[in-house]
Ligand binder design. Structure first.
Ligand SMILES: Cc1cc2nc3c(=O)[nH]c(=O)nc-3n(C[C@H](O)[C@H](O)[C@H](O)COP(=O)(O)OP(=O)(O)OC[C@H]3O[C@@H](n4cnc5c(N)ncnc54)[C@H](O)[C@@H]3O)c2cc1C
Length: 327
């Protein structure tokens, strides 16, 4: 039976999160694999949400349901949950995709609980077998993968950013209003203020290239080396917990079990030993390059390319070579 797919598309700073667009593209594939079901996007946001909504057609949506208003501009878990649950009840989809962004990880379990259906969290793979969704997700710090088949009429699935390919070959989407049955006064949560980090760089969880530094960097002043390399290849700089604990970088930069989970196309681990807790956050990266002076460092076990050497020689040489190639 053709599956109806609903995809929640999150807006941040006036544009859709890349992870949401990837979820939409994947939703289109899933719908096609089950015989061509509808793909509907649901968007909740400020007054600009409606203008942004029509662009979702190219990523695979055939319809977009939009709830907009100034009072919905900032993320509010209560408002988002109520709106998405409302859309899910009206649409009755077989699959509801939510990108596992920071806010998406908050939303997905709330929606699944409110609908009283099963949830697949932080999924990195999806296929269809006998008309049913089969999901994969890494467990035990990325050491192995589990395969999930969710029961119930609607399956809520949070999808790890950078796990699915973004397709832009869709068509036009019809934009419709999602009439809400609640107002700002009904919300149990009030957003008082939002203090966003000043960085213009993509968040680590969405970055397609990351250059991370570990204790081997020897001090915060040497992160300039990584910033320069990152600038050349369009990457975001991350860090191990040892670096964050030492106060060399902010906690927002930490990759790992107690930091961010990332899945970029390219991950540089520079002066990072590769402790299991660090691997937990980055082992699903598509290509891992490790630079470490200790050839026995565990990071080399997961690396696609390993450079054994002093990072203070290797990183500047690599950056210079990339500059030369770029002209
Ligand atoms: C409950 C718990 C949660 C944790 N969560 C996280 C987490 O989220 N993220 C995380 O990263 N860690 C986490 N940790 C900590 C983790 O166990 C490691 O202690 C940490 O990852 C080590 O960081 P590191 O690799 O930068 O430092 P080290 O293990 O000290 O490694 C430094 C590396 O740099 C290399 N090096 C030194 N000098 C040079 C040089 N000049 N050139 C090249 N290489 C050099 C060394 O050979 C070494 O391999 C957690 C630990 C616990 C117990």
């Amino acid at each position: 039976m053709a599956s109806k797919v609903l995809v929640f598309c999150e807006i941040k700073k006036g544009k859709f999160k890349k992870g949401s667009l990837e979820a939409l593209s994947e939703g289109k594939k899933i719908a096609a694999a089950t015989g061509g079901g509808d793909v509907t996007a649901v968007v909740v946001g400020g007054s600009d949400a409606k203008d942004l909504a029509s662009s979702l057609g190219q990523y695979g949506a055939s319809r977009v349901l939009v709830a907009s208003g100034d009072w919905l501009a900032d993320w509010n878990s209560d408002a988002m949950t109520r709106a998405v649950v409302l859309a899910a009840k009206a649409e009755a989809p077989e699959v509801l995709f939510i990108s596992a962004t920071l806010d998406g990880k908050d939303l997905a379990p709330r929606v699944a609980a409110a609908l009283d259906v099963s949830l697949g969290s932080d999924i990195t793979g999806a296929t269809v077998e006998d008309g049913r969704l089969v999901l994969t997700r890494p467990v035990y710090a990325g050491k192995t993968y589990v395969t999930l088949k969710l029961s119930g009429a609607t399956q809520v699935v949070s999808v790890r950013p950078n796990s699915f390919t973004l397709e832009t070959d869709g068509g036009d989407a019809a934009v419709e209003d999602l009439a809400l049955d609640f107002s700002a006064d009904d919300l149990k949560v009030k957003v008082i203020s939002v203090e966003a980090a000043a960085s213009e760089k993509p968040d680590l969880t969405e970055a397609s290239r990351i250059v991370s530094g570990g204790r081997g960097m020897k001090g915060p002043e040497h992160f300039e080396l990584l910033e320069t390399l990152a600038e050349e290849i369009g990457a975001t700089v991350g860090a191990s917990r040892a670096v964050v604990d030492a106060g060399w970088r902010g906690h927002g930069d930490q990759v790992g079990q107690t930091g961010k989970t990332v899945s970029p196309n390219l991950y540089f681990a520079v002066g990072i030993s590769g402790a299991i807790q660090h691997l937990a956050g980055m082992s699903t990266s598509k290509c891992i390059v490790a630079i470490n002076k200790d050839k026995e460092a565990p990071i080399f076990k997961v690396a696609d390319y390993g450079i054994v050497g002093d990072l203070f020689e290797v990183v500047p040489a690599l950056t210079a070579e990339i500059k030369k190639i770029k002209g």
